[in-house]
Design a protein around this ligand. Sequence first.
Ligand code: WQD
Length: 335
Amino acid sequence: MSILLTGGVGFIGSHTAVELMNQGIDVVIADNLSNSEASAIDGIEQITGRRPVFYPIDVADPELLDDLFCEQSIDGVIHFAGYKSVGESVAKPLQYYRNNLDTTLTLLETMQKHKVKTLIFSSSATVYSACEQVPFTEESQPLGCSNPYGWTKYMIEQILKDLCVSDADLSVVLLRYFNPVGAHASGLIGEKPSGIPNNLMPYITQVASGILPKLHVFGDDYPTPDGTGIRDYIHVVDLAKGHVAALAYADRHQGCEVFNLGTGKGYSVLDVVRAFEQANDLSIPYEIAPRRAGDIAVCYANTQKAEAVLGWKAEKSLAEMCRDSWRWQKSQERE
Ligand code: WQD
C-alpha cells in the first residue's frame, strides 16, 4: 500500500516524501512540475536510497489521475498540489480558484470512486489573516482571508468538512502551516521559488549570495517591539514530520480535524536578519520600505493541540533554519 503525495515534488512535499520513506512508507508522487523541478526526485532518492514512483501529471486531469489510482494501491493521500503565491493570487484570482479548486475536486471524486478514505490537506495560517488575537488557536475564527490564495485554502477546508458529514468513514486532517523555511541538512532538496522570491527567507539567501543587492523590510511602523512584522517560522523538516504524525492520527480516527503546525514562537523581520547574519557569519544589507499590502502585524501559532493530540512538536531553532537555508542556496549555485 502507498501514500499518494499530490504536488510531492514541491518544497514541503519533497521533504514530507523523505520523512515518510524514512519510516518505511511507500510514496507515489503526482506533480505537473508547474512550480517545481524533477531534480527533487533525485534528491529524495539520494537521501533515502529509494526512488518514489513519480507520475508527471496534472492532478486536475480526471483520466490521468484515475489511471494512477488503477495502477497503484493507494491507501491515503497528502494533498499539496496547488498554486501558493499570495501576491500572484491577488493579480490572477481566476487562475487560483480554477486550479486549486479543480485539482481538489478531481482528487476527491477519484478518491471516492476508488474508496480511498484518508486525506491530509495542506492548508495555511493565511486563513487566520484577519483574526482578532494571537497566538492563533484552531478555534480562532477567520474573519475573512486577505487574498484569493487564502480563500482557496479556506474553501477547500469547508469542502472537506462537508464531505466528512456525508461520509462518516472518511478521515481528514487539515494542517494549517505557519511560515515554512529551511531545507534538508543534506542540501539536496529545498525551496526553489521561480523569479524574485516573494517570501522573506529565500529573499535573504539571494541577498547573501549577491543575486539580489539588498533586502527591503516591508514596514517598521507595526505595533511590535522593533516595528517590523512578526511571524512563526517553522523548519520544513519539522513540518514534514508533522505530516507523518498526522497520517498516523488519521489511521486511528474518522472525521475532520484541524491542527496548527508552527513553533508557537514569533520572530520579527529584523530578528530573522540578525539570526541569519549570526548563524552564517555574514551581513545582510537592508533598507526600510513601505508596508506590503495584505500583510498583518503579528501571526504565530498556539501549538498545544498538535502537541497534545498528534504528539508532535517542532524542534529546530531559528539558527538551524538559517544555516540550512544558506547551505541549500549555496548548493544551488554549485549546480
Ligand atoms: C514574512 C515577513 C513580510 C519579504 C506567506 C503566505 C503564507 C505562507 C508563508 C503558504 C512579513 C516580511 C517579506 C520581503 C519583508 N505560504 N518581508 N521583505 O507573508 O507571512 O506568509 O508565506 O502557505 O500563506 O501568506 O511570508 O515570507 O512573505 O513574509 O520584509 O522581501 O517578512 O512583510 O512580515 P508571509 P513572507
